[in-house]
Design a binder for this molecule. Structure first.
Ligand SMILES: O=CC(=O)O
Length: 338
C-alpha cells in the first residue's frame, strides 16, 4: 500500500519580484497557489467557489491591495476557514485588519517586515529633509523648464546643521534616521508612547508630544498608521509648531491631515514639506501638487532591488516558519501575546 501526504497550500497574492528561488524552494513544503482574479469581486468569487480551500498561509504584498482591496472583515469572511497565517510583505500593515484577524477562532496570525526596510526608508526620509530644507524642488523644476533655478529663484533654504529634528515614532526607521540626521549635524529629539532605553535612544532626548511639536525645526513622522494615529497631525498640532517648520512623512499619508497641511503651507506656518506617502494614494492633494516648496516622492521608501529582495526573503521566511514550527518570525506587535 502507498501513502501520499497532502501538502498544505500557500496562497500568493501580489507576486514575487526578486526572491523567486526562495519562493520556489517553499514549494518543497507546500503547494503554492495563485488567484486568477483581476479585481476584488473576482477574488471573492474564487474564494467562495472554494478555489483556495486548504490554504493555511497567505503571502501578500502592499500592491496586492489593487487586486483584492483591504484585508477587512468582508475578505476575512470569504477566505478559507483553513487560513491561519497572513505574511504581509511590508513594514506598515494598515491594509490588514489585525483586530479582525485576532478575533477569528482560531485567530489568523499576521506578520510584517521590520528591520530590513529601515535603511532604504530612512535614506528617503533624509533626502526629503534635505530637499525640503533647501528648496530643491523649485530649483529642479525651474531647470527642467529652461528657467535655471526658476523665475523667480526660490528663497534661499536652510542648512540641517544645528537644527532640531523631532522624530515622532522612534521605531527601527526612526532610530536609523536619527543616526543619519546626526551625521548631518542635526540634534534629535523624539516622542513615543513609551520612553526607550538609553541603549535604544542612543542619546536622543525623550520629550512629550507637545514639546516635540513646539521645539522641532523639522518634524518627521515615523509612526505606524492605526486608529490611534490617524490624523495625529492636524490643525491643532500645526498651530503648536514653530513658524517656518519643515514637516516630513515617510510613514503613511493618513497619519497627517493633508488638507490641514496644505493650509499650513499656504499660510507660511510650514516652510516646506517632504512627502513619500499620501492620504489617498495614488491621488495627491492638488494643493500639494501646485506648491513648489513641497518635495513629493510617489511612495518609494523601499523602492530598491536590495531592499525589496530582502523584504521578500523575510516574508517567505515567515511562511516557512509558520509551516515548519507553527509560529511567525516577526508577528505584528498587536499579536505578540496571542
Ligand atoms: O511602505 C512601505 C512599507 O510599509 O514597507
Amino acid at each position: 500500500m502507498t501513502y501520499t501526504s497532502v501538502k498544505p497550500k500557500v496562497l500568493l497574492i501580489g507576486g514575487i519580484e526578486h526572491a523567486q528561488s526562495a519562493w520556489d524552494a517553499l514549494g518543497q513544503l507546500a503547494e503554492l497557489v495563485e488567484p486568477k482574479a483581476t479585481n476584488r469581486a473576482e477574488f471573492i468569487k474564487e474564494c467562495k467557489d472554494g478555489k483556495f480551500d486548504g490554504v493555511i498561509a497567505l503571502y501578500r504584498t502592499i500592491g496586492s491591495v489593487n487586486l483584492t482591496g483591504l484585508v477587512d472583515e468582508e475578505l476575512l469572511g470569504v477566505l478559507p476557514k483553513s487560513l491561519r497565517y497572513i505574511a504581509h510583505c511590508g513594514a506598515g500593515y494598515d491594509q490588514v485588519d489585525v483586530h479582525a484577524c485576532s478575533a477569528r477562532s482560531p485567530p489568523i496570525r499576521v506578520s510584517n517586515v521590520p528591520t530590513v526596510v529601515d535603511d532604504a526608508t530612512a535614506d528617503v526620509n533624509m533626502f526629503l529633509i534635505l530637499g525640503a530644507l533647501r528648496n530643491f524642488n523649485t530649483g529642479m523644476n525651474g531647470l527642467r523648464q529652461g528657467k535655471w533655478r526658476g523665475n523667480p529663484s526660490p528663497p534661499r533654504g536652510h542648512d540641517p546643521q544645528g537644527k532640531v529634528l523631532g522624530i515622532l515614532g522612534m521605531g527601527g526607521i526612526g532610530r536609523n534616521l536619527k543616526k543619519k540626521a546626526e551625521a548631518f549635524g542635526m540634534k534629535v529629539i523624539y516622542h513615543n508612547r513609551r520612553e526607550l532605553s538609553d541603549e535604544m535612544s542612543a542619546g536622543a532626548q525623550y520629550v512629550s508630544f507637545d514639546e516635540l511639536l513646539s521645539i522641532s525645526d523639522v518634524v518627521s513622522l515615523n509612526l505606524p498608521l492605526n486608529k490611534n494615529t490617524r490624523h495625529i497631525i492636524s490643525r491643532a498640532e500645526f498651530a503648536k509648531m514653530k513658524d517656518g517648520v519643515v514637516v516630513v512623512n515617510t510613514a503613511r499619508g493618513a497619519v497627517m491631515d493633508e488638507a490641514a497641511l496644505v493650509e499650513a503651507l499656504d499660510s507660511g506656518k510650514v516652510f516646506s514639506a517632504g512627502l513619500d506617502v499620501f492620504e489617498e494614494e495614488p491621488k495627491v492633494h492638488p494643493g500639494l501638487l501646485s506648491n513648489q516648496n513641497v518635495m513629493l516622492v510617489p511612495h518609494m521608501g523601499t523602492w530598491t532591488i536590495e531592499t525589496i529582495c530582502a523584504m521578500e526573503e523575510w516574508t517567505i521566511e515567515n511562511i516557512r516558519m509558520a509551516l515548519e514550527v507553527g509560529s511567525l518570525k516577526s508577528p505584528v506587535p498587536e499579536q505578540a501575546d496571542l
